[in-house]
Design a protein around this ligand. Sequence first.
Ligand code: ARG
Length: 568
Amino acid sequence: MDIKNAIVTELNNMNLSVNIDNIKNLFVLSADSKNGDVSLPCFALAKELKQNPMVISNSLVSEINSKLTNTSLIEKAEAVNGYVNIFTKQTVVAKNVVTEILSNPNGFGKTNLGNGKTYVLDYSSVNLAKYMHIGHLKTTIIGLVISNLLKNLGYKTVSINYVGDYGTPFGKMITAYYRWGSEEEIKARGVDAVQDLYVKFNREVENDATLEVEAREWFKKIENGDKEATRLANWFIELSRGEVERLCNLLGAEFDSWRGERYYSDKMQPVIAELKSKNLLKQSEGAQIVDLEQYGLGAALIQKSDGTSLYLTRDLAAVQDRFEMYGFNNAIYVTDVAQKLHFKQLFKIVELLNKPYAGSLEHVAYGRYSLPTGKISSRLGKQALLADIYNAALNKAKEIMNERGTKVENFEDVANKVAVGAISFEALKYERVKDTVFDLNASLNFDGETSPYMQYTYARLNSVLEKAGEFDYGAVDFSDINLEEGFEIIKQLNKYPFVIVEAFNKLEPCLIVRHLMNLCSEVNRFYNQKRIIENGKVNVNRLAVINATLCVLKNGFEIINIPVIDKM
Ligand code: ARG
């Protein structure tokens, strides 16, 4: 329920001496429950009424209190330091909120804000020559979670893994293959053999510059459609993509399209022709550029002097293609903040081209990751690979579960869920833009503010619910519940749909993570203080609060990619 709105409406109907409708925007949700649930600061009114804010708040409070009736949602008003603090009737709010949740458990927090409009999301978008490593974690998880969030709000989504399946890296692979590789080995070891070759190339090229020349030649051959070069490139791409797909699926990320950069490499001509016809292209040192100097965005390189296509140009072709295919209303790109300029240039050119989708594109940037031990290098094979991170998380989860004496039938499955949750949580726990240190051990701790803690909270409450059995919650009146402790939970539960919308407005998944974490702390506190089952008798009021909390946690976990575990 919209508590603030309900209070404002009620006050408005009281016909107070101050016109509430005119000042409804001044009301805020109280930050501290000591100050009630909704507050009106009277400072802005002081000027207009030519009165001291204290005087205004005092007189408003006595006016409000004198007009309260049995059916009011307002319990009482208090004047404190120029604020009117309004306390709601906790039992009424609790009943409203819990009923709202339990009458539609899976739907709570879901809306139809999007009304079927389409978002295209470009995330993960891994460069295929490399192993998938820790640097790909945030784009994959943040993209996935934003897509979940959008679906939750009634949007259609198209998830695209715009893989980097083009460019000199594939020339390098072919070079390495001819120097050191063999068909048998690749057939036997698959993608590992391919990636080892790439790593070896990058090591050897430091002492042998001819390798670089050879790689360029192979790349040219790929571009010109040479049969052998194309066959090998395709082979390596297929193997690498299979591995990326496997890892994405392990984390729960599935894509609607894997159309990568290579698809656009021979579709540059229409882009260049259009830029030319709109007088946007300029020659500069033999290359073709769009001059964005006047927007503070430098020169955008469209075509190099040797005629090869560029990242930016391929993105121009890709966005047009996506618009034609999906008719999107919005499109977002989830990448490292280092690509900020690239996307600013892309969006500016789209705007200068007067495209219908100008203004509908957004870059969702995130900060860098580093290991506790320092910066991550990905070129020479020292990087933290995603496959290794996943395995480490899985093993650590099992180890902890063994230590804790976890007895479940589906041990492996539960451990997998703990691992996926911990990895997702690692990628989501701070604001996107922050540079963060990756710390798997910390995120697998069951006691700290971590995802195993949240999953465990859920499982523990779920077992209470199971023990208690079925109840008719329609009969719950909340009259005998000591709401002092429970009301904080009620307020957090009630806030959930608003948090979802805020997370969408800012495209900031950490807001949901934090909210659910707070909810877990509150409900644990409640559970530790209040007996749900006392002397074999179930307190249905309390159980209803627990049940509603489980519903909200479940809906929220689903969005932030923390798998629900019923029992652990
Ligand atoms: N493959 C790129 C990289 O790894 C990211 C691609 C992002 N998406 C895009 N449409 N440019 O840096």
